[in-house]
Design a protein around this ligand. Structure first.
Ligand SMILES: NC(=O)c1ccc[n+]([C@@H]2O[C@H](COP(=O)([O-])OP(=O)(O)OC[C@H]3O[C@@H](n4cnc5c(N)ncnc54)[C@H](OP(=O)(O)O)[C@@H]3O)[C@@H](O)[C@H]2O)c1
Length: 226
């Protein structure tokens, strides 16, 4: 298995690199030039291609020959960063490659998600601050996911809850819609978010699904997992 991690130097990205290496996969990582040092621990174990993740030529080179692509979707700046990244992966990955994308719970596929008042407020504030500071383009992440949802590739969009650091608790549980009782605890260890993303590469039941995940040891997961 040859896997490309797009956004390999971030927190989620590095956990995904580690999980892939643990499984014996060949790993290619894309990350910003200034962040290459964050991958020093893996330098001899993977191929690193420095550059912006929405650089189409770079992504074309990175995904060449890959059976799977793990993409950290982030809406930084006002530069169509998330949609540019997603579009490049959709355009250049091998036809049968499994394409796994990360995002937060705020992304909805079918408008059947029921959001808490807190999350709605956080999204409004995030959108507003992002626009004023020009640091964040939340709508572009929505655009990126809309393009993925319309694609006929073998995609999976993994929607992460709030995240925390800590030792692995095991594979997160998932459900179709925010608001489902099993997701109520709204917390996942970042290391396990990465575990879910990497495992999705070989889970056919997740093709063209947008699972919303939560830690398997959280109270809501323990109460409802049966
Ligand atoms: N509460 C949360 O944090 C939360 C909740 C749910 C879901 N998620 C999802 O989790 C994923 C990422 O989480 P994370 O914890 O790994 O975040 P992270 O460590 O901040 O990394 C995110 C990525 O963004 C890149 N990045 C940071 N600043 C940038 C900039 N100014 N321009 C371009 N790229 C930049 C990082 O690259 P560098 O290494 O080069 O900085 C990295 O690849 C996202 O898909 C997010 O939607 C997060």
């Amino acid at each position: 298995m040859k896997v490309c991690v797009v956004g390999a130097s971030g927190k989620l990205g590095r956990y995904m690199v580690q999980h892939c290496l643990d499984l014996g996969y060949e790993v290619v990582g894309v990350c910003r030039e200034k962040s290459v040092g964050k991958l020093d621990d893996y330098r001899d174990k993977m191929t690193i291609l420095p550059g912006a993740t929405n650089d189409r030529e770079l992504i074309k080179q990175a995904v060449n020959g890959c059976d799977g692509v793990l993409t950290v979707l982030v809406p930084w700046g006002v530069q169509q960063y998330a949609s540019g990244t997603a579009q490049a992966v959709l355009d250049f990955a091998q036809p049968n490659a499994r394409l796994i994308f990360s995002c937060g719970w705020h992304i909805t596929r079918d408008n059947q998600d029921i959001y808490s008042r807190l999350l709605k407020i956080q999204v409004v504030i995030g959108r507003w601050i992002g626009k004023i500071t020009r640091m964040l383009e939340l709508d572009d992440q929505v655009e990126a996911c809309d393009r993925i949802f319309k694609s006929d590739t073998k995609w999976t969009v993994v929607r992460g809850s709030d995240l925390e650091e800590g030792e692995s608790q095991g594979f997160p549980v998932w459900s179709h819609h925010i608001g489902d009782p099993i997701l109520e605890s709204n917390m996942t260890r970042r290391i396990d978010f990465a575990l879910f993303m990497v495992d999705a590469l070989v889970k056919d039941d997740l093709i063209q699904e947008a699972p919303a995940i939560v830690g398997c040891q959280t109270p809501s997961a323990l109460a409802h997992s049966s």
